[in-house]
Design a protein around this ligand. Structure first.
Ligand SMILES: [Zn+2]
Length: 79
């Protein structure tokens, strides 16, 4: 897996929706590439933070969807 692939699938990885095979590729790349490892941990923290917020506020589905779309846009900017 290359850096560009990692950027593209980071959300699937964090979602747990990446296949086993690709998940392994992904982890292997993180071990070899500090840049991607750092980026992934930023995404992961951001995601956890927002999810905790959403759980507490009991936000409606529509809002959650919109927010997760916004997050992806932010993530893309940081990549
Ligand atoms: Zn990389």
């Amino acid at each position: 897996m290359l850096c560009n692939d990692v950027k593209r699938v980071v959300y699937f990885f964090l979602d747990g929706s990446l296949g086993d095979r690709r998940k392994e590729d992904f982890s292997q790349h993180l071990n070899l590439c500090p840049d991607c490892a750092r980026r992934t941990s930023v995404h992961s923290r951001l995601r956890n933070f927002v999810q905790r917020r959403l759980q507490r506020s009991n936000a409606p589905e529509k809002f959650k969807t919109r927010l997760s779309r916004t997050l992806r846009a932010i993530g893309a900017e940081w990549s």
